[in-house]
Design a protein around this ligand. Structure first.
Ligand code: XMP
Length: 521
């Protein structure tokens, strides 16, 4: 039995958070400065649970959030994050109405339902359709046929989209409306995939189901191959993060906007957030570089009064006082991180900021007292960092780790045979000019003063889909939890024991003294 307990001898080297950070209170520590000690475990990594509660009514199935940056999170990334169980925060470097439609796209995303399928008109020639396929490089050749008002006329099957029929009109070749299988939006119900799955089982040989409204206007297309893929995915351990109405969760960033007199523009902030709430946003993030400030606190207060139940994230801070202030103003989750980001230059430009593990510890103690969550924002470069961050926080926010993914917005470029994506700090000159100046206490229209950039413009190597990246990260987190014998994130926070690492220890932690053939990924 003794082997399952901590030995007192271990305790004097590997300390719990309070003892460890108190003993290191004179130095700012970040992820690579510490390591976690292993503990007796009867937990297999694959059996660990990663769900996390950020506020009443906001639960994620994995503790990962994509950053509200204009080269990281728009609707495509937010959909992918939520499908994987996490959350995307849509950035605000765009007109407010565009941000509203981005949120709508996430909230009305029905996985597997192609909302706006490519359609053809009855008068088109099959030859035109073949040309379209060639031009757009479509990998499919079956198309719904609609009239000029969007009403369903029939289905053009791939069997007739052949050069030999090029001179024929679509109307001559289509399967007529009466013979086309359709379902109404209402009939799809709360779980469209389960409904479509049942349909395909009952209708032998049918691979496409068209969705129409009561007036027979086309509203979407569901394919059997998508349904099969999704049904398979549903058996996965981590389910998509959804709201009470089974829609994907989505967050949006807002700024502490000021009017021409430099006062907080409460009316505009309320209208903006009102619009987001109408679209079904699950959480708003008041995102600034300095959260322990009157503008941010007042914004949070205004929002809390107007929307008592809306989960609010606010930040960024690195002090207990900052957490207490934002919690008292009404925030539910607080972003911790000033200057750790991969594209940040705040520490160089302004000389401020705290290394992330120390900041997380200090903030976590205030957060526990105020019963709010903290989010570790920035500086994450590997799954091990996430495990360390989660010993003190409820979730991590990543920018650089996700910016190279297909789902991230931003230009793609080829350099020396490699594909890269643009990644820039929201405090970079280009991003501030595009709208994020207020986040750094500047006015983008202020022509009299030079904006002091606190971020850089950079590139990330393209890394493919976020699904793959998250799978790797989740594997790493579960592995870490297995080593600590923690079956869930609460246990990870309780059980963590820390020790500092010397520079030689840091070198030892990475591959060394070998010729590397393949990376771990
Ligand atoms: P990572 O390390 O994941 O960091 O790339 C993303 C986080 O960095 C913050 N951020 C900035 N901080 N100047 C800064 O000092 C900037 O230009 C900047 N842009 C983003 C932000 O908290 C983000 O989540």
């Amino acid at each position: 039995m003794a082997a399952t307990r901590n030995s007192n001898f271990d305790d004097s080297f590997y300390q719990p958070a309070d003892a460890f950070f108190a003993a290191n209170s004179k130095v700012g520590l970040t992820y690579d400065d510490i390591t976690l000690a292993t503990l007796y475990s009867d937990i297999l990594p694959r059996n660990t649970q990663l769900d996390t509660q950020l506020a009443d009514g906001l639960q994620l199935n994995i503790p990962a959030i994509s950053a509200d940056m204009d080269t990281v999170t728009e609707s495509r990334m937010a959909i992918a994050m939520a499908l994987n169980g996490g959350l995307g925060l849509i950035h605000y470097n765009m007109p407010e109405r565009d941000q509203l439609s981005q949120v709508s796209r996430v909230k009305y995303h029905v996985q597997g339902l192609i909302q706006d399928p490519i359609k053809v008109l009855p008068d088109q020639l099959i030859g035109d359709v073949l040309e379209l396929i060639e031009q757009k490089r479509f990998g499919f050749s079956t198309f719904p046929v609609v009239d000029s008002k969007g009403k369903l006329v029939g289905l053009l099957s791939g069997h007739v989209v052949k050069p030999r029929y090029a001179a024929k009109k679509v109307i001559e070749a289509l399967t007529p409306r009466k013979q086309v299988h359709t379902i109404t939006k209402k009939e799809l119900g709360k779980d469209p995939i389960a409904r479509a799955d049942k349909f395909f089982t009952e209708h032998l040989g049918i691979h496409k189901l068209l969705v129409v409204d009561d007036d027979d206007h086309l509203h979407g297309l569901i394919t059997m191959s998508d349904v099969e893929r999704i049904t398979q995915e549903r058996k996965a351990q981590f389910k998509p993060a959804r709201d009470a109405q089974f829609r994907l969760v989505c967050g949006a960033a807002v700024s502490a906007t000021r009017n021409a007199f430099g006062e907080l523009d409460k009316k505009r902030i309320l209208e903006h957030v009102g619009g987001l709430v109408e679209r079904g946003v699950d959480v708003v993030a008041v995102s600034t570089a300095h959260g322990h400030s009157k503008g941010v606190g007042d914004t949070v207060k205004v929002l809390r009064d107007a929307f008592p139940k809306l989960p609010i994230i606010a930040g960024n801070v690195t002090s207990a006082a900052g957490v207490e202030y934002l919690a008292d103003c009404g925030a539910n989750a607080i972003k911790v991180g000033q200057g750790p980001g991969s594209i940040c230059t705040t520490r160089i430009v302004a000389g401020v900021g705290i290394p992330q593990m120390t900041a997380l510890y200090v903030c976590s103690r205030a957060a526990a007292k105020k019963k709010v969550a903290i989010l570790a924002d920035g500086g994450i470069t590997k799954s091990g960092d996430i495990v360390k961050a989660l010993t003190l926080s409820s979730a991590v926010i990543c920018g650089g780790m996700f910016a190279g993914c297909t789902e991230a917005p931003g230009e793609v470029m080829e350099i020396g045979g490699k594909i890269y994506k643009q990644y820039r700090g929201m405090g970079s000159l280009a991003a501030m000019k595009a709208g994020s100046a207020a986040r750094y206490g500047h006015e983008k229209a202020d022509a009299t003063r030079k904006l002091a950039a606190e971020g850089i413009e950079a590139l990330k190597e393209s890394v493919g889909s976020i699904d793959r990246v998250l799978a790797q990260l989740i594997g790493g987190i579960q592995s870490g939890m297995g080593y600590l014998g923690a079956k869930n994130l609460e246990e990870l926070r309780q059980k963590a024991r820390y020790i500092r690492v010397s520079p030689a220890g840091q070198r030892e932690a990475a591959p060394h003294d070998v010729v590397e053939l393949k990376t771990g990924n």
